[in-house]
Design a protein around this ligand. Structure first.
Ligand code: AMP
Length: 387
């Protein structure tokens, strides 16, 4: 078991470097459009702050190439100031003299937010000097940045190797949810996979086969599977290099008693006309699951004990092709099953359709949750001390 912040004792007055994921969308005025990621970090910040430590918080925001005033973490500092009045200061630098000075001046219970880590290119390179500079700021390191836990960057992987360390509540929760979902699922365990490319999802499907009772496959990735079974898929998105592998997956699923349900009808684009069809003709592009498939999928969802969903089952951003994804989301929202949504575009899809608050666990990390669903470990978590 990984050490968590609950296991850190006598931390009053200690300098703690906390890595958060404050990668929030901002508008052109610097207002936070969706503060979920900061909000989800508050329990860890509060727990540490309540114990009177000197809390130095760092995060990345976006993908800047050097300094970029539109990607400053200052708006996040303002958000934190509202939650921790008179305790939060912002330092407009990542490391260096100004940061050293600000840390030196901290009193017990103070919170200092550093500027966007990625303004320094050494962050993503896991540069040893940058690691040293960050590590010198603190006595203890805490990682709560689930969204980048699959990366080996200076502020998560590098620093964790240099300081006594622990994970925060957000990472702990994500690890527990995925571990339980795969080791001890409520049954029937139904996995729903969609999204554009089958290539991105192969490891995921392979990990779920034998563990889930049923896998529903929709979205662009379904067409490679349908092609592998000899169906005509018209001009729909397919990965010809993966047709054999798709066929193999279907065979393995049968051997391991996992039922796979593929679409039986489609909403397709034929020229610029939208058509409903069970057979995809040569000039058709399948862009959503059809009514019969919706019924098949929602019936499985209704009787599920646990649901994991990754990837929309159609090109849902286009209102003409959102019905399938909307109905899947509705069915999950209604179902009494424990539901987890994570990875890729799935959380965005569920939120934009208005069902975010009906899901038991919306993962905060796209890439990191994909890795957990693939049955892999996360490098930045691996380097945290075990108890
Ligand atoms: P992912 O990030 O892997 O979950 O993929 C999400 C993307 O898949 C969304 O942008 C959808 O528009 C897209 N998508 C879903 N179904 C299809 C489809 N049938 N054809 C093309 N793109 C699709």
């Amino acid at each position: 078991m990984k050490r968590t912040i609950r296991d850190l004792k006598n931390i009053e007055g200690k300098r703690i470097l906390l890595r958060c994921d404050f990668n929030v969308p901002l508008d052109k005025y610097g207002d936070i459009l969706d503060a979920t990621r900061v909000y989800e970090s508050l329990p860890t910040i509060k727990f540490l702050n309540d114990q009177g430590c000197k809390l130095i918080i760092c995060s990345h925001l976006g993908r800047p190439k050097g300094y970029d005033k539109f990607l400053s973490l200052f708006p996040v500092a303002v958000y934190l100031m509202k939650h921790f009045p008179n305790k939060v200061k912002f330092c407009p630098k990542v490391t260096g003299k100004e940061v050293d000075e600000a840390v030196k001046n901290m009193k017990n219970g103070d919170i200092l937010l550093l500027e966007n880590l990625r303004f320094d290119p050494r962050e993503e390179q896991n540069d040893p000097n940058f690691v040293k500079e960050l590590a010198s700021l603190a006595d203890i390191y805490v990682d709560d940045a689930f969204g980048v836990a699959h990366r080996k960057h200076a502020s998560n992987y590098g620093v964790a190797l240099k300081l006594p360390n622990a994970i925060g509540f957000l990472i702990e929760k994500e690890l527990n949810v995925f571990a339980k979902a795969f080791e001890n699922p409520a049954r029937p365990f139904v996995a729903i996979f969609g999204g554009a490319k089958v290539k991105d999802k192969l490891l995921l499907i392979n990990n779920v086969i034998g563990k889930a009772d049923t896998i529903l496959i929709g979205g662009g990735m379904a067409y490679t599977f349908l092609l592998s079974q000899g169906y005509n898929v018209g001009n729909s998105i397919v990965d010809l290099d993966l047709v054999d592998e798709a066929k193999e997956i279907l065979k393995t699923a049968k051997e391991k008693h996992t039922k796979i349900v593929l679409p039986v009808d489609h909403i397709a684009l034929c020229g610029n006309k939208v058509v409903k069809t069970t057979v995809l003709e040569q000039d058709m592009v399948g862009l959503d699951i059809g009514a019969k498939t919706i019924k098949l999928f929602t019936n499985e969802i209704k009787s599920a004990g646990q649901i994991i969903w990754n990837g929309p089952v159609g090109k849902y951003e286009d209102p003409r092709f959102k019905k399938g994804t909307l109905n899947v989301a509705k069915a999950i929202a209604k179902s009494s099953a424990y539901s987890i949504v994570g990875g890729g575009d799935s959380v965005g899809a569920v939120n934009s359709l208005g069902f975010g608050n009906k899901i038991d666990h919306l993962s905060t990390g796209g890439g990191a949750s994909m890795k957990l669903m693939e049955g892999k470990t996360l490098p930045a978590v691996e380097v945290i001390d075990t108890l």
